[in-house]
Each structure stands twice: as structure tokens, then as C-alpha cells.
Design a protein around this ligand. Structure first.
Ligand SMILES: Nc1ncnc2c1ncn2[C@@H]1O[C@H](COP(=O)(O)OP(=O)(O)OP(=O)(O)O)[C@@H](O)[C@H]1O
Length: 295
């Protein structure tokens, strides 16, 4: 099947395996028989660029009803991991399944329509003159930037509902360029939910927000996390303070490798955090929130 998308772009990088032979690397990967409940499954995954190992030996699974936080220092490989989950990158070795489809054997352009993804990179690509409502509604047409004079009423109603749920319904007719950083983040989260995705990926959604903006966003994401109808979620952050209540699992990444992964209460410990960030850290819990500082 061709992976050439509507824009005629070349497919993302993929391992060379078109000769039908199974490589030694692939033989080492473990692919579960029943992928139905697994939104993400990575087995023996590595990503290399030049001489750098961005990710190595990674095994990770995300189930339908799970909400994961991925924590790690700068350069740990968090964004690389999220790009794999978003089907924007192929592994150098190992197997990645997303929504039951194996990367390298699926039309990634179709797969991406089932995934909501927000990142700082997307923020930079939104035309500043676009209205907030259009930024959200255009996700349903897999475009960024105005390409129609009018959208379907049902679509604009859904966009308005999502904006209201994120507390920015009153900004629907404002232009994106006039929004604060926090309002932009919430607009992009509304956009990522527009297509009713089966998987929601959030790359540092609270980065650059002031304390009030962060707390507001954490509360909105917490509401989403507790919603049983919400998609499986993966949130990348550097800060334990940004973990919304309702998130169930954590993956700690350090230098491209998993330091610990599993239920948040088991994984988030002072010891694991210290090992991940390479210094003595004290993790404290207050109610359903986490705080960390140097010992
Ligand atoms: N194309 C590339 N070629 C070489 N090295 C790369 C490339 N892309 C990323 N890297 C390196 O891989 C490492 C992991 O990058 P990645 O962006 O995944 O980390 P991150 O955990 O998201 O970091 P941050 O928290 O700073 O955003 C970094 O050291 C980065 O410099």
C-alpha cells in the first residue's frame, strides 16, 4: 500500500525490510497475539540518528483506559517517543504497534487521523490570522489554516463544545495570534480532540505557562483524564507538578532508556526520580498532586 499522502509527501523514514526476509532484529521483538486492548505496543525499540541513540531497548505498552505521563530530563528521548506513537517516525529497530497497526506496514496518513497530537511545533505552524474556531474545526478536515469559507454546522458546534469544555468558548471568534500562551495551548488541545481520536498525545502542554495558567490546564486535563469516554492519553513533561490527577501510569525516561514504567504510585518515587534526573531528588505528594525538589 502506498504511504504517499494527500500532500504528496514522502513517507516517514522506515526500516529496509522490503525483501520479505525477517531480520535478526525483528526476530527479537515480541509481538503480542491480541493487540485489541493495546493502544501502543513497543518491543525492543531503538531510534538512532547518526551516531546517537535517541532511544534504546524500549519495551512499553499502553492500554485503552490508561493515562500515561512520560517524565525525563532534557534530551531523554521523550519527544522522539511521542513521534513514534504519533506515527511520525519509524524505529531504527524493534516493533511499534499503534492502534493495532504496525509502523512500517500501514498507511501512516490513515493512522494519523485516529491520533490527536499537540506540540510546540504545531503551535508555530498555526497562521496567526486564523480564528480560534477555525483552528479547531479545520482538524476535522486534516488541514491547518483556513481553506474553506464555511464549515458544516455540526462541525462548528462540536468545535464550540470543545472550546467551552476547555474554558475558552468566549474566544471562538478571536484570531489565534491575539491569544495568550495558555489560551493557545487550550485551543490546540481542543483541536486535537476534534476528530474524536482513539489516542491523545500531549507534548509538554504546560510549558511556558504561568502558575495560574498551569493550574488551570492541569485541572482541565484532569477532568479529561477522569472522563471514561476520553481516549487513551500520553502526556510528556519535565515536571511532576504538571501531572494531572487521574493519570494512572508513568514512564521515566533517562538517556533514551526506560528507568521505570508502570502504575504511577509504584513508579513515582524519590529513588526513581533521582535515577532519572541524575541527582538526589525528594518527591513529595500532597493530595493527588506531586512535588519534587533537590535533597
Ligand atoms: N535528528 C537528530 N540527529 C541527532 N540527534 C538528535 C536528532 N533528533 C534528536 N536528537 C537528539 O536526541 C536526544 C533526544 O531528543 P528528544 O527531543 O527526543 O528529547 P526530549 O526528551 O524530548 O528533550 P526535551 O525535554 O529537551 O524536549 C537529544 O539529545 C537530541 O539532541
Amino acid at each position: 500500500m502506498s504511504e504517499r499522502g494527500p500532500g504528496g509527501r514522502a513517507p516517514a523514514e522506515r526500516p529496509g525490510r522490503d525483501n520479505g526476509l525477517v531480520s535478526a532484529q525483528e526476530r527479537e521483538t515480541v509481538v503480542p497475539e491480541n493487540l485489541d486492548d493495546l493502544v501502543i505496543h513497543m518491543s525492543g525499540v531503538g531510534v538512532r540518528r547518526g551516531g546517537n541513540k535517541l532511544l534504546a531497548d524500549l519495551d512499553w505498552s499502553v492500554e485503552l483506559d490508561e493515562r500515561w505521563v512520560v517524565l525525563g530530563p532534557n534530551g531523554a528521548g521523550k519527544t522522539t517517543l511521542l513521534k513514534l506513537a504519533a506515527a511520525e517516525l519509524h524505529p531504527t529497530n524493534g516493533a511499534v504497534h499503534v492502534l493495532g497497526e504496525r509502523l512500517g506496514r500501514v498507511n501512516v496518513f490513515e493512522l494519523r487521523t485516529r491520533i490527536g497530537f499537540t506540540s510546540a511545533a504545531l503551535n508555530g505552524r498555526v497562521p496567526p490570522e486564523e480564528t480560534v474556531r477555525d483552528v479547531v474545526v479545520s482538524a476535522g478536515y486534516a488541514v491547518l489554516g483556513r481553506w474553506r469559507e464555511e464549515y458544516e454546522t455540526l462541525d462548528t458546534e462540536r468545535a464550540d463544545e470543545l472550546l467551552a469544555a476547555l474554558g475558552i468558548g468566549h474566544l471562538a471568534t478571536r484570531t489565534y495570534g491575539t491569544l495568550s500562551e495558555g489560551e493557545r495551548k487550550r485551543t490546540l488541545i481542543a483541536r486535537s480532540l476534534m476528530t474524536d481520536p482513539e489516542l491523545l498525545l500531549l507534548d509538554e502542554p504546560a510549558a511556558g505557562l504561568d502558575l495560574g495558567g498551569r493550574e488551570d490546564l492541569v485541572a482541565r486535563l484532569s477532568t479529561l483524564a477522569f472522563d471514561p469516554d476520553a481516549p487513551a492519553m500520553v502526556l510528556v513533561t519535565h515536571h511532576v507538578e504538571e501531572i494531572p490527577p487521574g493519570f494512572t501510569h508513568a514512564l521515566l525516561l533517562g538517556e533514551g532508556r526506560s528507568v521505570a514504567a508502570g502504575l504511577i504510585d509504584d513508579v513515582l518515587t524519590s529513588e526513581n526520580l533521582s535515577a532519572t534526573f541524575g541527582q538526589e531528588l525528594l518527591l513529595e505528594r500532597s493530595g493527588d498532586r506531586f512535588f519534587a525538589r533537590r535533597r
